[in-house]
Ligand binder design. Sequence first.
Ligand code: MF3
Ligand code: CO
Ligand code: CO
Length: 269
Amino acid sequence: MEEARGRMTKDGIRIYETADFEGMRAAGLAAARILDEVAALVAPGVTTGALDDFIRNRVVELGTTSATIGYRGYKHASCISVNHVVCHGIPGDKVLKDGDILNIDVTVILDGWYGDSSRMYVAGALSRKAERLIQVTHDALMIGIEQVRPGNTFGDIGFAIQQFVEGHRMSVVRDFCGHGLGRVFHAPPNVLHYGRKGSGPVLEEGMFFTIEPMVNLGRPETKVLADDWTAVTRDKSLSAQFEHSVGVTAEGCEIFTLSPADRFHPTWG
Ligand code: MF3
Ligand code: CO
Ligand code: CO
């Protein structure tokens, strides 16, 4: 059972206390460090399973726990989503080849606090169209984060992301969303990456949630494969995603999962 902390809004969104930001900061930093470190391993010829093995070990070495191992029967320390895989790709025997783009998503628990983040990586050479997709997806996340401040609504976040992405003639995935987190992995609200200005719950200081837009070069529709996890674009178009865990402050927003090495984007660092 989740222990009672702070209060709950009428939409069922927990309001955490100022002291709780410290726990989220530490958990977020651990997730970000692992995502920084795994970058050195991503290359053509490497399997997604090998990347997950590294992540699983680092989770333990940093004194954290994987939130995904054992979550609804999931067995891995990361989700690794290559090319047209939208999210929840299962690490395994798949060998990366030159030009593949991949999202690696890691969620750790530290002292009961959840840190959830994902980024894009490239095996070998980055094509122009993949580079454009990754840039737009990254910028869409950051434009969504710019809307995070008390008094704005969740709809403002979704609207800003959708406007930006569609302005670049790409599409926002509707079938998956961000989520509240804190002492739990997935909590209210659903953080949509599309929507109308002013719609949805009002943001309040002390809310913790993720923003994690998935952007497709083609159409937005997805389907889940027979393994019950892997979500792919129906039209096989390339897909990208970035995810941060954030907290609403009096001033605006704190990002808990910033890269300590400033490597959040694959062409940085
Ligand atoms: N980390 C993912 C998210 O952003 C959830 C992965 S659940 C798993 O919410 F079981 F697929 F790992
Ligand atoms: Co998430
Ligand atoms: Co995640």
